[in-house]
Ligand binder design. Structure first.
Ligand code: SF4
Length: 240
């Protein structure tokens, strides 16, 4: 795929905010950040849920989507792969039970949006959009939940803020609530949507996009926590 500096999405912005060199590595040099067991498992579970929302069925169908969606990359040994596979299957079984007890009107899953913003095009794909009473929608992002989440995380999420603007501008939907669905609990952390921070979000998109265009590399992120620390020429930490 050709590098387009005027195309922005949350992952690209997140990478630059975490470290400009991470952004350059992934999006400009088009190198791959290696999968870890946790990132690989998260992708497999997301793909299984997307399959289920596209073609709903029973628990057996969900687990069949999971088997089809399973990514082998990122695991050091077949035993580790099997251990994580079983963890993912348990997560999906728990999600299934929660879904049965909390029926929802799922309008969209893996919903793509794109809207023009000044010289940029802002894109994204939303895990799930549910219908709410009164013509509103709830925007839901599935999180594996390897780190705890709370209401403040949802309220302060740049990702959810960009997605809410995308739903309103590209799909003309009125967002009534934003949520993280924490799969390992399983628990939905949902709060009413407040559009007040939208202007600040757009300011951040503009400022970050301008720095990317200028290739401003004047700072580094936390190398010891970075997924490419062993591959990055700027790394200050090559430890495991
Ligand atoms: S290893 Fe350090 S300098 Fe390199 S991308 Fe990661 S955070 Fe940035």
């Amino acid at each position: 795929m050709i590098f387009d500096p005027f195309e922005l999405n949350y992952s690209k912005i997140r990478a630059y905010l975490d470290c400009p060199f991470l952004y350059r590595f992934i999006y400009v040099e088009r190198k791959f950040s290696p999968q870890t067991p946790y990132s690989s498992l998260g992708l497999s579970v997301h793909r299984a849920l997307a399959g289920f929302h596209a073609r709903p069925g029973d628990l057996g169908d969900l687990l069949a989507y999971y088997e089809d969606a399973w990514l082998h990359q990122g695991y050091a040994t077949p035993q580790e792969s099997m251990e994580f596979y079983n963890r993912g299957a348990q997560v999906l079984e728990n999600w299934w039970l929660h879904f049965q007890g909390n029926p929802a009107q799922v309008m969209y899953s893996e919903k793509h949006f794109e809207f023009p913003f000044e010289k940029w095009r802002v894109k994204g794909t939303i895990d799930r959009v549910d219908r709410m009473p009164g013509g509103l929608v709830e925007l839901i992002d599935y999180k594996m939940g390897f780190e705890d989440k709370n209401n403040w995380d949802v309220a302060g999420s740049l990702q959810l803020s960009i997605y809410a603007i995308g739903l309103a501008r590209a799909l003309k939907l009125k967002v009534g609530a934003i949520a993280y669905f924490v799969l390992t609990k399983p628990e939905k952390i949902s709060i009413p949507y407040d559009p007040a921070p939208e202007a600040a979000t757009l300011d951040l998109i503009r400022a970050t996009g301008d720095k990317m265009l200028a290739m401003d590399m004047s700072r580094k992120g936390k190398c010891e926590r970075c997924s490419i620390r062993k591959l990055c020429g700027e790394s200050e930490s090559k430890e495991n």
